[in-house]
Ligand binder design. Structure first.
Ligand code: PLP
Length: 370
């Protein structure tokens, strides 16, 4: 692999000559949904064994032309990231913890035998795109510009015994409303037929393959009348790992005695940046947090006894998603009274307040773009 100093990675700017007109953009920003609307530009950057990272561009958003024998279509060597840019009350546009995404991207690259991208170049690519398309960062609580960096294997040929010798890194941006309905809880299905990740596998990596193999379980959850699937550990199906593409938090007690527990990172869980943010934020609010193990048996028993009061999922897209009820092959139960709990709501609003600049950021999470 060619060493590649970050200073060598340049992005040429090719502005679009066919931007979406302002009135049409405003219309699209009103109710953007999630991942449906895209901005005027994208970032592309290529890697080959001979040249390392090269040919960086900010260019008009548009389709790729790829040979049908391109490696990613066959063997799924691909990974991605997800983070958001926010328009704060002061008018500033900021990103939330982009360096953490850069670091996770590179740890994913190592697991997928793909070339790492210097963190500075990763962050600079995001910053360039957000700056160029800043008019696409929606205004209003809960709205944001979702950023999707990803990398695909672009070598042509069907040889399967080694990783690709060529890659394409790309960043696209999509204005987003909040992902789940506000003020509601979701119902989860504990999957015993399917697992997401096994020891030694790619559970800690944000790769498309993890998603491809999860859809059948998500479909089953919906068939069972639930909103989301809960993943149990592959070996014993006893330890609770994640919810869909969210990490999980369990709230014990209430009021000033409330405390949190989140499943520890065993290697088969995705190390969420929202999870990590809550791990650091909660103690500053007087809520102790612990990383540990929660079994299905304990989840059910402690809800029945009333000790376990709230459960929520967390991730970039929806921030915090309260869970109201659990179902599974051997029956289900309600969490608390089935409505969003006070600890869940407080953590959500405290984190959102930092993201939107309503409260100071003592953690250094906010990265100002413009
Ligand atoms: C992305 C993702 C998360 C959440 O990570 P964030 O960095 O908080 O967005 C959790 N679980 C899975 C499986 C994921 O893919």
């Amino acid at each position: 692999m060619t060493a590649n100093l970050d200073t060598e990675i340049q992005f040429e700017i090719h502005p679009s000559q066919a931007r979406v007109p302002a009135a049409e953009r405003a219309r699209r920003l009103e109710a953007p949904g999630f991942g449906q609307v895209f901005t005027d530009h994208m970032i592309t950057l290529r890697w080959t064994e001979e040249r390392g990272w090269h040919d960086g561009k900010l260019e008009p958003y548009g389709p790729f032309t790829l040979d049908p024998a391109t490696a990613v279509f066959h063997y799924g060597q691909e990974l991605f990231e997800g983070l958001k840019a926010y328009r704060q009350a002061s008018g500033s546009i900021v990103m939330f913890r982009p360096r953490s995404n850069a670091a996770r991207f590179n740890s994913s690259c190592r697991r997928m035998a793909m070339p790492e991208l210097p963190e500075d170049a990763f962050v600079r690519a995001l910053e360039l795109l957000v700056t160029q398309d800043r008019d696409w960062v929606p205004e209003g609580e809960g709205k944001s510009l979702y950023l999707r960096p990803f990398v695909i294997a672009t070598q042509q040929g069907l040889g399967v015994n080694r990783p690709s010798t060529e890659y394409l890194f790309c960043v696209i941006a999509s204005p987003a409303a909040s992902y789940f309905g506000e003020g509601k809880t979701v119902k989860v299905w504990m999957s015993e037929d399917y697992t997401r990740a096994a020891p030694g596998g790619t559970g800690a990596v944000k790769c498309g393959g993890n998603y491809a193999s999860s859809f059948a379980a998500q479909q089953q959850a919906v068939d069972k009348g639930c909103d989301q699937v809960v993943w149990l550990d592959a070996a014993t199906r006893e330890w609770v790992e994640e919810m869909g593409s969210n990490n999980l938090y369990f709230v014990y007690g209430s009021g000033t005695s409330a405390r949190l527990i989140t499943p520890e990172l065993t290697g088969s869980l995705l190390p969420g940046i929202t999870r990590d943010s809550l791990l650091r934020l909660a103690p500053t609010l007087g809520i102790p947090v612990e990383e540990g193990r929660i079994s299905v048996t304990q989840w059910r028993r402690d809800c029945a006894s009333g000790e376990l009061t709230e459960v929520f999922g967390c991730g970039t897209a929806a921030v915090v998603t309260p869970i109201g009820a659990v179902d599974g092959a051997s029956g289900g139960w309600t969490i608390g009274d089935g409505t969003p709990g006070p600890v869940t709501q407080r953590l959500k609003s405290e984190l959102i307040d930092i993201q939107y600049g309503h409260k100071p950021d003592p953690f250094g999470w906010i990265y100002k773009v413009a």
